[in-house]
Design a protein around this ligand. Structure first.
Ligand SMILES: Cc1cc2nc3c(=O)[nH]c(=O)nc-3n(C[C@H](O)[C@H](O)[C@H](O)COP(=O)(O)OP(=O)(O)OC[C@H]3O[C@@H](n4cnc5c(N)ncnc54)[C@H](O)[C@@H]3O)c2cc1C
Length: 434
């Protein structure tokens, strides 16, 4: 079966939805999502979204991003991110995202390696509120069709130009032809044993790129978050204790009740310090304490974390949490330019699946949602300015003989091997080998 759209967007997280909302309303758009619509990492984001607060903050924000990324970042991408940050926050508020405000002004919080408070948030559930606003706005648009439980298995291309995608819906292959394809397929956490990510996110854009000679970048730069909640009964996704907890004064303690690291250093440094404590003590976790903060503040600022910890028997207003580092974010991805174009014509990649070069070796806290906003809008602007000159071409599509499950299993192994080839630190035990 064949279908035709102007633009096909793969992924219903923040990047895919925000791109769709910024595309020209004359365009006929399809959004597909391989799981439930809300089964994405955007929904899970807690801490918030970074932004340069004003022009005076630009240099300092850029420097913080470069310092966290160990200066392996792309400076023009970082500058673009900072300069276009506040206009996107304003646009989100206009769409209806209810950012926390104090006395009418945006409430800015702080996270690790930021030199000042510059993170906007909605309580400790920023991602949920953000995603709900975007999906509601998307559903109101008559030019946008959304399909859940629909899997992109491959792209349709010839001579380094993308003409569409091969999707599976209700077990059937459908070839969708379009002027542009936008991959917003998120991160790679699902290929790891221990990750804060949704399990279904396994780097599908990257494996497509590896198979079809599309350029990738920095694949070996993988972020482990210092503070996943340690839980004896752990299976599946590890619950994240947001960096904002340390931003609001939370301290890390070892088994002897001693602080061992400055909690607000970049994530890779704090993660390594915790790993070293775990290695020395042979206790599989360290402690994160905010019990000295007023209970009313904890309940107001971290209601979700409070509830989740209570479920595993910890009242964080009285006792410390048990925490352990977990895979959290992928800095690398499919290489794109400042307009989110990949090395294949008519194929855009946005959000965590892309590598704009913003993050360098290590992402600064809360820079990911902002990257998704700024660069999916830039991708949409680029499509808006060029779609009139493009025609849809129905080149033959391959017949896929594997089921989505078989293909996913194969893709996970392919990506694992590529990551291991690029980094000697990635041992077999870190991966989900099922
Ligand atoms: C627990 C947690 C907390 C976080 N907190 C923050 C934070 O406070 N601030 C911040 O900036 N960042 C945070 N991050 C990172 C941030 O949430 C993500 O990087 C960001 O949301 C990624 O958005 P995205 O649109 O690229 O992908 P996602 O939101 O993950 O969406 C990916 C989409 O792709 C779809 N998809 C994937 N493959 C296919 C396929 N083959 N076919 C069809 N559909 C497919 C999925 O179904 C899904 O809809 C956090 C991450 C986690 C895990």
């Amino acid at each position: 079966m064949n279908q035709v759209y102007d633009v096909v967007i793969v992924g219903s997280g923040l990047s895919g939805l925000y791109c769709a909302l910024n595309l020209d309303s004359n365009l006929n758009i399809l959004i597909v999502s391989k799981g439930q619509l809300d089964e994405n990492n955007t929904y899970l984001a807690q801490g918030g979204i970074s932004t340069a607060k004003n022009d005076e903050d630009l240099d300092s924000y850029i420097q913080d991003t470069l310092n966290a990324g160990q200066h392996k970042n792309d400076i023009s991408a970082v500058t673009t991110l900072a300069k276009e940050s506040m206009e996107n926050i304003t646009l989100l508020e206009k769409l209806g995202v209810p950012f926390d405000r104090i006395d009418g002004n945006l409430s800015f919080t702080k996270e690790g390696a930021h030199s000042i408070n510059r993170i906007v948030h909605v309580k400790d559930e920023t991602g949920k509120y953000l995603w709900k606003t975007l999906i509601d706005c998307t559903k109101e648009k008559s030019n946008i069709t959304i399909m859940d439980n629909t899997y992109l298995a491959d792209i349709i291309y010839r001579d380094n130009t993308c003409y569409g995608g091969i999707i599976f819906n209700k077990g059937k292959q459908v070839n969708v032809y379009s002027k542009f394809i936008v991959l917003a397929t998120g991160g790679i956490g699902g290929i790891f044993n221990d990750s804060t990510s949704q399990r279904i996110l396994i780097g599908d854009a990257i494996t497509l790129a590896l198979k079809h000679n599309i350029k990738v970048k920095d694949l070996e730069y993988i972020q482990f978050h210092p503070t996943g909640l340690y839980d004896n009964d752990y299976y599946g996704r590890r619950f994240l204790i947001s960096e904002a907890v340390r931003g609001e004064g939370g301290i890390l303690l070892n088994e002897h009740g001693k602080r061992f690291v400055n909690e607000l250093l970049p994530r890779d440094i704090v993660t390594n310090a915790i790993r070293e404590e775990i290695r020395k003590s042979k206790v599989p976790y360290v402690f994160l304490d905010i019990s000295f903060l007023p209970k009313y503040f904890i309940l107001k600022r971290f209601p979700m974390i409070y509830e989740k910890c209570l479920q595993v028997g910890i009242d964080i207003s009285k006792d410390p949490m048990l925490v352990i580092p977990s895979q959290h974010y992928h800095m690398g991805g499919v290489m794109v330019d400042l307009d989110s174009k990949s090395s294949m014509h008519r194929l855009y990649v946005i959000g965590e699946a892309a590598c704009t070069g913003i993050h360098g070796k290590n992402r600064l806290a809360s820079n990911s949602l902002l990257e998704g906003l700024v660069f999916s809008k830039r991708g949409a602007d680029s499509i808006n300015s060029s779609f009139q000159s493009i025609t849809i071409k129905k080149v033959p599509a391959a017949q896929i003989n594997q089921t989505p499950n078989e293909l996913s299993k194969y893709n996970k192994q392919l990506l694992k091997k590529e990551l291991q080839r690029r980094s000697s630190d990635l041992y077999d035990e870190l991966f989900d080998n099922r």
